[in-house]
Design a binder for this molecule. Structure first.
Ligand SMILES: [Zn+2]
Length: 141
């Protein structure tokens, strides 16, 4: 077993992830699509897990998915956080925080992405998180 970390998911920009973070900053969650077979992959994929092709495009996610598994992290001071693997409607899995989740969230629960932006003047990148249900405020036009 791997002990829980206190640092949370890292959000560090590099040449590979710049387009991903730029899209998040504009309010869009992107996933990768294989140029050879069109398989959709998680954002961190470096090659296609199906055909091993190395060229992947960025495409917009619907932002909707279902919880695969969730855990409550109580190792960050007085505010427990719920972390989840979410299977996006289009297929890829994304690990992110579930906000406003009250304790454990059952597998299969529908969730919608919300983008968390750095505080004004703060450093860091915009990152995806999820809320339970269909977020009425998430416009994706
Ligand atoms: Zn492929």
């Amino acid at each position: 077993m791997t002990p829980p970390t206190s640092t949370g998911p890292s959000a560090r920009r590099d040449d590979f992830s710049a387009d991903y973070f730029d899209a998040l900053a504009r309010g869009h969650l992107m996933v990768r699509r294989c140029q050879a077979c069109a398989h959709l992959c998680p954002p961190a994929a470096r090659s296609c897990p199906v055909c091993h092709h190395g060229s992947l495009d960025w495409v917009a996610s619907t932002g909707r998915g279902r919880v695969v598994s969730a855990v409550v992290d109580r190792n960050r001071g007085d505010e427990p956080r719920t972390l989840a693997f979410v299977e996006m409607e289009e297929g890829p899995w994304i690990a992110a925080r579930l906000i406003d989740a009250d304790g454990l969230v059952p597998a299969g629960t529908p969730v919608t992405v919300v983008i968390q932006h750095p505080a004004d003047g703060g450093s860091g990148e915009s990152v995806p998180a999820f809320v339970v249900g269909e977020a009425a405020t998430t416009g994706t036009s």
